[in-house]
Each structure stands twice: as C-alpha cells, then as structure tokens.
Design a protein around this ligand. Sequence first.
Ligand code: FES
Length: 131
Amino acid sequence: MDQNNQAPFILDGEPTTFTPGETVYEIATRLGKFVPTLCYDPRLQPFGACRLCVVEQKGSKNPVASCTTKAAPGMEITTSSERVEKFRKTLLEMVASENPIIDVVKRCWKWWLRKTRSSMSARCAAIRRKS
Ligand code: FES
C-alpha cells in the first residue's frame, strides 16, 4: 500500500508510480522496457488494432494491449513472458502473411529478427524471401 492506501502499480515485479491517464505502454517505455508496436503513434489516439504491444496482466485471462490499457492501482503487469512472445510472434506471422510488401512488414522483421532470429518459421522465411 502507498501513502494513499492504494495498492501499487507493479511492472515486471517492481512497484512504480504513474500519472492518471498514463497507459501501461507509456509507463513501460518510460522505464526503458521494450514493448513492440505497429499501430501505436504518440501523435494519435491509441486504438489497439495490431495487438503487438500485448502484455500479461495478473488476473486477466488473455494478454492486454498495453497501448490502450490505462494504469490503475493494484495492477500487475509483465511485459515479457514466453506466452506473450508466442502471442506476438503469431500476430506478426499473420500481418506478414497478409502484407508481404508494405513497410510495416519490414518493421516486423527488424523486431522479429532481433528477438528470435534462430526460431523464424518456414512460413515467415518464405515471406521474407519474397519481400
Ligand atoms: S501498438 Fe497496436 S495495439 Fe498497441
């Protein structure tokens, strides 16, 4: 509990502060955490389309989009886990398979190659060769 008798916001096991209205993504990036995005643009209202920025929220059955989730006292967030990475990878495969030549795919590849170079699926390797 903090001085206002509220449970702290926890990010990757560490209690942290936030300002009202701040999103989980904004907090994570402010603290230097890597959370991949495709549709997020700080100049626009977040709309949660790509779901690449998903994170684990304790008590939530499914990962949540960090760019649209507002922080709240007592919330516990994990920015990287095996489950989240698998979810992100599947999303990237879907985007890449439907959009092999647009710029967004190049952004995907940069992130994906950095994160999981050794585990690229045959499907995505084929898309990469085409682009
Ligand atoms: S960055 Fe696309 S849903 Fe969050």
